[in-house]
Ligand binder design. Structure first.
Ligand SMILES: CC(C)(COP(=O)(O)OP(=O)(O)OC[C@H]1O[C@@H](n2cnc3c(N)ncnc32)[C@H](O)[C@@H]1OP(=O)(O)O)[C@@H](O)C(=O)NCCC(=O)NCCS
Length: 167
């Protein structure tokens, strides 16, 4: 478990399915990701199982963000190359908690936690160009913009550029 001033980061567990359904059934949260908009708590449990299966027991690369014991978001890293300590980065927060700095707090704690285990860790993060709050979060934690992939994100009616960051 990772603790911050206001939050706790815990491993994925199905007991948070109801809370995470609120997150993943919200189109505003998933619209710039490749996640489908979920329609039921059963689908949510399947998704949680997937995150559990993609969690490396040594790294512990996926976390649920808790505020006063309630799941309000997620943060973590797909492992791109464990030997070279290269990771991706994702974060999502329920809409009613936006604008309060919670995700910046959670992402910073998560990055520090991974760097505690892998001092040379490199993070590759991608942000859809219409998501400036997400870019601000990355810049605040010291990530640098390294390029733009034109029309890199295509989903449903969207085709958008992707801004690439390294941290
Ligand atoms: C991206 C997301 C996590 C941001 O949540 P949030 O609660 O607004 O984040 P925070 O409050 O911690 O920080 C956002 C920062 O961006 C800034 N910001 C917000 N809107 C902005 C805009 N239009 N332009 C520039 N900066 C902006 C805020 O001022 C804040 O910076 P500050 O702390 O210096 O004031 C949230 O919108 C979300 O979950 N979106 C859906 C999932 C997603 O897109 N995830 C990212 C891709 S993996």
């Amino acid at each position: 478990m990772i603790k911050t001033k206001r939050l706790e980061l815990v491993r994925f567990d199905n007991k948070y399915a109801k809370d995470l359904f609120e997150l993943w059934s919200d189109y505003e949260v998933i619209k710039y990701t490749y996640m489908p908009q979920l329609k039921s708590i059963d689908e949510c449990s399947e998704k949680i199982e997937m995150f559990i299966n993609y969690t490396d027991d040594e790294v512990v690369n996926n976390f649920i963000i808790l505020l006063d014991g309630k799941a309000i978001g997620i943060v973590g890293s797909p492992i791109i190359d464990k030997n070279k300590a290269v990771f991706g980065l994702y974060y999502q927060l329920m809409k009613k908690y936006w604008g309060k700095g919670y995700i910046s707090e959670a992402v910073e704690a998560f990055i520090n936690y991974i760097r505690g285990k892998f001092p040379n860790a490199e993070f590759n993060a991608e942000v859809v160009c219409e998501n400036p709050a997400s870019e601000t979060i990355l810049r605040k934690i010291g990530f640098s913009k390294v390029g733009i992939e034109k029309n890199g994100f295509t989903l449903n009616k969207f085709t958008l550029d992707i801004v690439k960051f390294i941290g």
